[in-house]
Design a protein around this ligand. Structure first.
Ligand SMILES: [Fe+2]
Ligand SMILES: [Fe+2]
Length: 237
């Protein structure tokens, strides 16, 4: 099988409206992070959102990839799962340190559920076009999710002061998500033939468009939640 060059899977350079949209989302989210860190409840909300994201990744690995993973991928999937479980434990510990017991059952918010639902439909639609079947869309969407995690955590580390108590945790998870981005790229490059590449690029473009379509509303929601929690904390104290 031909090995496709990894650069083919990097996030594309955006132009026009999508580029402006990404810039806007980034600005609003930076402001939202500052608002959320201004109250303990806001900081806890951020940790809870990360914990939910990690658990959603774990569930996907356990229920969707593990049962279908070929033998050559099994060790890699096990290691990936262990790392995502460590991330969950780290975020849960950070919540406990701040006085909150993480709930036993964490459900993604409606926006994330809608995004996951659309990603799953894209995966099912594209799977029959690849020789390796569902493995390819699973890793393509995994790649988008890991690239999103890398982007979110890089922004968060850049917004927080260097000596903020959450920096070591976020930097550690960011390092692992960077590793997972490369792992998804490598797996895709080993799983598709040259002839399947145009189809994979279409699949990636669709998955990234889903990610972007929730950007502005998600960012505004995050900002408003930050302002509300900051004002509430001031009022209660
Ligand atoms: Fe993770
Ligand atoms: Fe990851």
């Amino acid at each position: 099988m031909t090995v496709v060059h990894l650069a083919a899977f990097a996030a594309p350079r955006l132009r026009g409206w999508p580029r402006l949209q990404a810039w806007l989302v980034d600005r609003i989210k930076r402001a939202a992070l500052r608002q959320l860190h201004a109250s303990r409840a806001g900081e806890l909300l951020l940790l809870r959102v990360y914990l939910i994201g990690e658990e959603a990744t774990e569930k996907t690995l356990q229920h969707e990839l593990m049962p279908t993973a070929p033998a050559w991928l099994q060790r890699q999937v096990d290691q990936h799962l262990r790392e995502e479980q460590e991330h969950s434990e780290l975020f849960a510990a950070a919540m406990r340190e701040r006085g909150m017991q993480p709930p036993a059952e964490l459900r993604p918010d409606w926006l994330s559920r809608a995004k996951i639902g659309r990603w799953q439909r894209i995966a099912r639609h594209h799977a029959p076009h690849f020789q390796q079947g569902v493995l390819v869309p699973a890793y393509a969407i995994g790649l988008c999710a890991e690239q999103m995690a890398e982007r979110v955590l890089s922004r968060h580390c850049a917004v927080l002061p260097a000596d903020h108590p959450l920096q070591p945790l976020l930097a550690r998870v960011l390092h692992d998500e960077g590793k997972h981005v490369r792992l998804c790229m490598r797996t895709l490059s080993l799983s598709v033939s040259e002839a399947e590449m145009p189809h994979l690029q279409r699949l990636l473009a669709e998955a990234r468009a889903v990610d972007r379509s929730f950007g502005v509303s998600g960012a505004v929601g995050m900002y408003l939640a930050g302002v509300w929690l900051r004002l509430r904390a001031r009022f209660v104290e």
